[in-house]
Design a binder for this molecule. Structure first.
Ligand code: ZN
Length: 313
């Protein structure tokens, strides 16, 4: 693996992990465009009661879809949730909103959207974290539910894989490690591992943007996708060059975005995962297959209630 840029970000200074569920203090909304549809969409984040989880509401249809791994209907370009009994009731590109909520430690929220795709904003979770911060986060009088991985589960596709294994006893929550490898030398090989906390999510992952290869964009557009995509909401790479005039936000922004996506995809588990996530070239499809494989194997996990844990550096 020589030549790979590998960064390890240790947990920060000692801090108490929250043991209570939380929601937003107040509702907040924004307007943006869908990455693939190019459609203008309005999205509103609302507080929700304990044990509500995250639910998406299509206000144009008057229908709700829970943010759950088993309701993922498409993973080719984004994570798409759909009602299994009515596939027209769908919400696409949920991963960045899910990542922002999970990354900020928000368990319960109702997300209203007036169309089939969430707004792409700047292609990262930064604006979503800003919205959550503006709304504020309120602790709720209910313990947070955890899903503790007790046996390793792994899925693969060629040399790509994703794995969930038991967390080390000294760890709390999710430990994440991702590596990627692209022929485009502007990306190349990158690896990053970190302990997911609200602080590490904000500092290390939230600002990393979606990326695309220039060679794929014409094909996507011909297929009616990426209509809302631009250099304002995605990093575009052409071999050794980053086409965005402002360049990258971090030198390894690509692997950081893949981890951001994984945080969002894993947030569909239905509880706070206590596990080590290790992946190479994993995307929405493998992330979802991994959760399905985990949940299908009842000997690989157990539910619990989060206890206050001192997280040491
Ligand atoms: Zn993404």
């Amino acid at each position: 693996m020589d030549g790979m840029q590998h960064t390890y970000i240790p947990a920060g200074m000692a801090s108490f992990a929250g043991a209570c569920q939380s929601t937003l203090k107040t509702a907040i909304d924004c307007v943006g465009i869908g990455l693939h549809s190019g459609r203008r969409v309005q999205m509103a984040l609302h507080p929700a009661a304990p044990d509500h989880g995250v639910v998406f509401r299509r206000t144009d249809l008057g229908r709700d879809i829970a943010a759950r791994f088993d309701l993922v209907a498409d993973t080719r370009l984004a994570t798409v949730l759909a009602d299994p009994n009515d596939p027209t009731v769908r919400v696409a590109t949920v991963e960045h909103v899910m990542a922002a909520l999970a990354g900020c430690g928000v368990d319960n929220a109702l997300i209203e959207v007036d169309g089939p795709e969430l707004p792409v904003l700047d292609g990262s979770a930064a604006h979503l974290v800003f919205l959550i911060d503006c709304a504020g986060i309120a602790a709720q009088d209910a313990p947070r539910r955890t899903i503790e991985v007790i046996r390793t589960v792994r899925v693969s596709d060629g040399d790509a894989f994703a794995e969930l294994s038991p967390a080390r006893p000294t760890e709390d929550g999710l430990e994440l490690a991702m590596s990627i490898e692209f022929a485009a030398t502007a990306i190349g090989r990158q690896a990053l591992s970190l302990h997911l906390t609200p602080e590490s999510f904000r500092q290390e992952l939230s600002r990393a943007r979606t990326f695309a290869l220039a060679e794929d964009i014409d094909r996507l557009r011909a297929a009616g996708m990426a209509r809302g995509g631009s250099l304002d909401n995605a990093v575009v790479v052409d071999a050794a060059r980053v086409l965005n005039p402002g360049g990258l936000r971090m030198h390894d922004e690509f692997v950081r975005h893949k981890l951001l996506d994984a945080v969002g995809d894993l947030a569909l588990a239905g509880g706070r995962l206590c596990a080590r996530f290790t992946a190479h070239r994993s995307g929405h499809a493998l992330n979802n297959r991994l959760l399905r494989a985990l949940m299908a194997d009842k000997s690989a996990w157990r539910t619990g209630i989060e206890m206050p844990v001192l997280v040491a550096a």
